[in-house]
Write a protein that binds this ligand. Structure first.
Ligand SMILES: [Zn+2]
Length: 362
């Protein structure tokens, strides 16, 4: 067992300590133990443990509660442990190693702020969960939402995934669908006796490539949609007219649409073709019109932008809790072998959370 984490000390040292506890998805017990034990001494927190999910709550009877969540797992290591430090040309400290960006920087921010916020003006539920980087059914936050939804009750949620320390509101929904075209197989020497399913793909691809994706404003943020063929398969052998061609299509849709509306939209665009929906995940509205969100925006400063990928904020949204992403590190470095996190981002995010939540009760 490693020494307990020092939550009151330097948040950048804390980030190093977190990275150095390997926690590839499925192997989070050690880091969850450490997080649980490190939070226990703080009298303002009630600490709960459920599997490898750790929940720490203040119980101050405030009129409002917010959830601040982050996952403890990482994608597999790639020769990037233990952590190390470099300095950029401006002399700024950069922390490297698996999870630096996605998202132990965010976890360090949560832990440091949880320790510092003894009398937050809103009650806070700090959530640390497992298995975010793997199949949906293993996701620790999803499990808690199903089994103990009361743990997550709140009027607003922040997910500390990397956003370059800026607020990214909501997230887009995503849908996977196929268009399966069927023809009639024949010897290619007698092509007129068959019907070429691959040739039928032409007009479908044409419709997709000429489709103008929408830019949609939701609660003041602009979401840029995308409807794209992402894979195509068909054909048997060099002398056979193919009787089957399958086009896989991905639709990223703005959070003003429900999954049902997104399905209708795609069926309309691809009207006349056999569309089959394989999978759909709802997006999440940014909820920046909520008072807690507006104060959060003010405390962080800068301009909020739309989150374009899908993140666990959608889970909060499904529970009726508006949610934003806000955390240290460049999201395009998540999962990269050379992932890193600027020390300044970690400090800035920690300080912003403390600014937002400290002070007398409202
Ligand atoms: Zn992540």
């Amino acid at each position: 067992m490693s020494a307990p984490l020092d939550l009151r000390g330097d948040v950048v040292k804390l980030l190093h300590a977190l990275i150095d506890v390997e926690s590839v998805s499925g192997n989070e017990t050690q880091i969850a133990d450490l997080v649980e034990q490190s939070l226990q001494p703080f009298g303002q927190l009630t600490v709960l443990r459920d599997g490898n999910v750790v929940v720490a709550r203040t119980e101050l009877g405030r009129s409002e509660r917010v959830v601040i969540a982050g996952h403890l797992d990482t994608v597999p290591i790639a020769g990037n442990l233990p952590s190390w430090t470099t300095h950029d040309s401006a002399g700024k400290e950069i922390i490297w190693g698996r999870g630096a960006c996605d998202m132990k920087g965010g976890v360090a921010v949560q832990l440091s702020a949880a320790a510092a916020l003894v009398h937050p003006r809103r009650d806070v539920t700090w959530v640390f969960y497992d298995n975010e980087e793997v199949e949906e059914f293993r996701n620790g936050l999803g499990r808690i939402a199903r089994e103990h939804p009361e743990y997550l009750e709140a009027s607003f949620a922040v997910l500390c995934e990397p956003t370059n320390a800026r607020i990214e509101g909501g997230c887009q929904g995503t849908m996977l669908l196929t268009v399966e075209l069927t023809g009639v197989a024949a010897h290619s020497a007698r092509a007129w006796m068959g019907h070429n399913a691959i040739h039928d793909a032409g007009p479908v691809l044409q419709r997709l490539s000429s489709h103008q994706s929408q830019q949609i404003e939701v609660d003041g943020l602009i979401y840029r949609e995308g409807l794209n063929a992402v894979r195509i398969s068909g054909g048997i052998v060099g002398n056979v007219i193919p009787d089957r061609c399958v086009i896989d299509v991905n639709y990223r849709f703005a959070p003003d649409k429900s999954p049902a509306e997104a399905k209708d939209y795609v069926r309309q665009v691809l009207d006349g073709y056999p569309v089959r929906i394989l999978d759909v995940a709802a997006g999440a509205r940014p909820g920046l019109d909520q008072p807690a969100a507006a104060e959060f925006l003010r405390a962080v400063g800068g301009q909020a932008t739309a989150k374009l990928g899908w993140t666990d904020v959608a889970r909060f949204s499904a529970m009726g809790i508006p949610a934003v992403n806000f955390g240290p590190g460049d999201p395009t470095k998540a999962h990269a072998d050379d992932e890193f996190c600027p020390a300044d981002d970690v400090v800035a995010c920690r300080d912003a959370l403390i600014r937002w939540l400290s002070g007398p009760s409202g």
